[in-house]
Ligand binder design. Structure first.
Ligand SMILES: Cc1ncc(C[n+]2csc(CCOP(=O)(O)OP(=O)(O)O)c2C)c(N)n1
Ligand SMILES: [Mg+2]
Length: 322
């Protein structure tokens, strides 16, 4: 799950993050640790869990979580540390290795997915698309595995979560289970103060707007926070048009906004980056200097899509359907 990324490095041979859909679909036994069968895991049923019958084992501190959506064949109620220690003690050294054909199938899928993605992450398009911008940030995080990564937005969150590998535990903090926009600046400030490490905050422009004024706090305390705003002129996309009037669509913002000027207003470093190369230079400089920095990353307004393509859930007019 999102904030657990790095507990097992994404590059570890046994990490199946990049083959997520395959393992959800084809697994026969699933053990949930620190994860609940809520909407983030499609409530444990439906297409993403495939046809293969599953047995769920769940470790959770809250007994009411057991069987809340599907049957949990082995509920283990308690805190993760003591439950996992007890299970390990019970397994001793006698536990057989998983079947090699299964682990090989997972590895194959993972490698295929990673190599399919690779060329997209190397594009140097200007204006940027999500993959070009995230390809750069992915390398920067790889080179600084102990930096804190903060992440919020829609496309900006979903794509960054998938693309940016994590290497150490507790380095990634994001919107969490309820997807709450507005947490990024507060998290960044707290993380910088608590850890003393540089913080990279990857923010959708809408997400940033919820508490963007905190850039003043970042400057006041001279915190080592580099905010990168994925500025696509709006929520999901900046190209939407209002279907009922002449006002702008509710999902679009002022075109070509310069969020970097906000940072300059408080004495921080503001940079307008229009290509992956510019973005790379600016973020590297910020992470090395530790100076409060905000980079306005100019993204193609047409690059994103509606989050989860949820438009099909909108209420339909019964009259129109006839
Ligand atoms: C407090 C709160 N209000 C509203 C939402 C609904 N919401 C989900 S994502 C999002 C913003 C997405 O736009 P942006 O951050 O610009 O990301 P993009 O997809 O454009 O990269 C909003 C408003 C939410 N999740 N939380
Ligand atoms: Mg946006």
């Amino acid at each position: 799950m999102s904030m657990a990324k790095g507990l097992l490095p994404d590059t570890h041979p046994q990490c199946a993050g990049a083959a997520r859909s395959t393992v959800l679909k084809d697994s026969d036994v699933v053990m949930l640790i620190g994860a609940r069968l809520n909407w983030l895991l499609s409530h444990g049923k439906g297409k993403s869990w495939g046809e293969a019958p599953k047995k769920f084992i769940q470790i959770d501190i809250e007994p009411k979580e057991m069987d809340s959506n599907v049957e949990i064949v082995a509920p283990v109620v308690g805190d993760i540390g003591s439950c996992v220690s007890a299970l390990l003690a019970g397994m001793e050294a006698k536990w057989p290795a998983p079947p090699a054909d299964w682990t090989a199938a997972v590895t194959k899928k993972r490698d295929e997915n990673v190599s399919k993605m690779a060329p997209r992450l190397m594009n140097n398009n200007s204006p940027m698309d999500y993959h070009g911008a995230l390809g750069v940030l992915r390398t920067i995080v790889k080179e600084r595995p102990d930096a804190i990564l903060v992440n919020e937005g829609a496309n900006t969150l979903d794509l960054a979560r998938g693309i940016i590998d994590m290497y150490q535990p507790r380095k990634r903090i994001d919107v969490g289970t309820w997807g709450i926009m507005g947490i990024g600046m507060g998290y960044s400030i707290a993380a910088a103060i608590e850890t003393g490490k540089p913080v990279l905050a990857i923010e959708g422009d809408s997400a940033f707007g919820f508490s963007g004024m905190e850039v003043e706090t970042i400057c006041r305390y001279k915190l080592p926070v580099c905010v990168v705003i994925f500025n696509n002129d709006g929520i999901y996309r900046g190209t939407d048009v209002n279907s009922v009037g002449s006002d702008p669509a509710p999902t679009v913002f002022v075109k070509g906004s310069r969020y970097d000027k906000m940072m300059e207003a408080f004495g921080g470093v503001g940079i307008n980056a229009t290509s992956p190369d510019e973005l790379k230079r600016a973020v590297n400089a910020a992470m090395d200097s530790g100076k409060p920095t905000l980079i306005n990353a100019v993204l193609d307004p047409a690059a994103g899509s509606e989050s989860g393509r949820i438009g099909n859930l909108n209420p339909q007019s019964a009259l129109r359907k006839k």
